[in-house]
Write a protein that binds this ligand. Structure first.
Ligand code: UD1
Length: 420
């Protein structure tokens, strides 16, 4: 019988991570004499707008989710509770052997808790069991417990059976928290698997010329801004001070700002629209000296990857973008006080500046003067993380059919499969 694995997606940053796992399972099944892994994809519906969800399924060639829970937006408690309630029914019906959750969003923690509290009946007189829980991107810590994502990470890790990590700091954090070594697996970064896989396809995107940023042979210098953390956008004073810094930067080069729905709402509520031009409504020449911050809707995966690859600099408060820019070799100015991804500071292109306007402008000045940090690719961010995950899970659950004949072995040196 095929090994049944159920993966959960809910919010935008989850789609790229599960896409890598889905692709690895698909390839494994194709290379095997029969379907070895039966994969079920569940979408909680935490993100539901076309440009926050559907576009990603198209770009990443992910199949339609097998189950859609339609929870939508609500307060943290209400959203988490709704996901838990609906996911319990899914588990009881589907009876997977393994549940995979990724990242640190509310869908991650909600489904993790349900998985470890639900007994599935095996049928045929076999004993009931609790599915195994695998957390992909385990062990990251910002040490800022006011971030909802930090709470989600700590809780999810504390109940997971398999903790798949992306960087050495995560291995150390988990060891310090008392997690047994045999549960920690340093496999690399599934989001980077997806980036490397889609890089060539992203080159076909026309977004750079659509935004009038092309000079015929390449891209003119431009910056990208993404901002959605409550700590940056919920307080009008903090948000306006940062906008003053971005405005100053926009006099040096155009800033393209694909705005998250929560940020758009804050701009309207706080009456901050004067800082922006609606790129597509007003369509100004980007080199117009009166150009302000250029607001566009959230982009799909391939367009955003293409834009990021061509940018002179990225200003962001996202977690994943700190990692993607490190692999693309694009300077990243992170608008937060802390990062749960320290490897991007140590070996990558990332610098932390917080929300202080002077620090933002100073760091931008360094980058635009060509003072670029030296960088290198973090260990195991090589496109094989999802295959390593699958090899470990399949090896544990189907030892009789596994390791010796595992079809990925030629591409995966055994030394790459290290535990911390
Ligand atoms: C969530 C994640 C965050 C991640 C971000 C990426 C949590 C705790 N946070 O934050 O870690 O970086 O996704 O985008 O899970 N909205 C829409 N349409 C949508 C989705 C959201 O209009 O498709 C609006 C709603 O008004 C909603 C607000 O955005 O209330 C916030 O959405 P929510 O999913 O609660 O959190 P994010 O800020 O997106």
């Amino acid at each position: 019988m095929a090994l049944k694995i159920l993966s959960v997606v809910g919010a935008r940053p989850n789609f790229m991570k599960v896409a890598a796992i889905y692709d690895a399972i698909k390839e494994f099944n194709q290379l095997s004499p029969r379907e070895e892994v039966h994969h079920v994809l569940v979408h909680t519906g935490q993100h539901y707008d076309a440009n926050m969800s559907d576009f990603f399924f198209n770009d990443l060639e992910l199949p339609k989710p097998d189950l859609f829970l339609g929870v939508g937006s609500a307060s943290h408690s209400e959203q988490t509770a709704k996901i838990m309630e609906r996911f319990e029914g899914v588990l009881l019906n589907e009876k997977p052997r393994i549940v995979i959750v990724v990242g640190d969003v509310n869908s991650t923690v909600a489904c993790a808790l349900v998985t470890k509290k639900t007994w599935c009946s095996a049928g045929g007189g076999a004993e009931s069991y609790i599915p195994s829980l695998a957390h992909v991107e385990a062990g990251l810590r910002s040490f800022d417990r006011t971030m909802p994502e930090e709470i989600n990470r700590i809780v999810t890790d504390s109940v997971s059976d398999y903790l798949f990590t992306t960087e050495e700091s995560a291995n150390r954090n988990l060891a310090r928290e008392g997690v047994a070594q045999e549960r920690i697996h340093f496999v690399g970064n599934v989001m980077i698997d997806t980036l490397l896989r889609h890089r060539a396809k992203a080159k076909e995107s026309t977004i750079v010329s659509d935004l009038q940023l092309s000079n015929g042979v390449g891209a003119k210098p431009f910056a990208i801004l993404t901002l959605h953390r409550p700590s940056n956008v919920d307080d009008k004073e903090t948000f306006s001070r940062m906008l003053e810094a971005f405005l100053e930067i926009s006099s040096r080069m155009p800033i393209i700002f694909p705005a998250h729905p929560r940020t758009l709402k804050r701009i309207q509520e706080a009456d901050l629209a004067d800082y922006f031009v609606d790129h597509f409504m007003e369509g100004p020449e980007p080199w117009d000296s009166r150009v302000r911050i250029r607001l566009i809707p959230p982009l799909g995966y391939l367009d955003f990857l293409s834009l990021m690859s061509e940018a002179k600099v990225v200003l962001t408060d996202s977690g994943g973008i700190q990692e993607e820019t490190t692999i693309l070799g694009v300077p990243c100015i992170t608008l937060r006080q802390s990062t749960e991804r320290p490897v991007t500071l140590e070996t990558g292109t990332n610098v932390l500046v917080g929300s202080d306007p002077q620090r933002i402008v100073n760091e931008f000045a360094k980058v635009s003067d060509g003072k670029m940090k030296r960088y290198s690719s973090p260990k195991y961010w090589d496109g094989n993380a999802a295959k390593r995950i699958l090899k470990i899970l399949f090896g544990d659950f189907c030892p009789e059919r596994s390791i010796r004949t595992f079809p990925f072995d030629s591409g995966l040196k055994s030394t790459e499969l290290s535990q911390s």
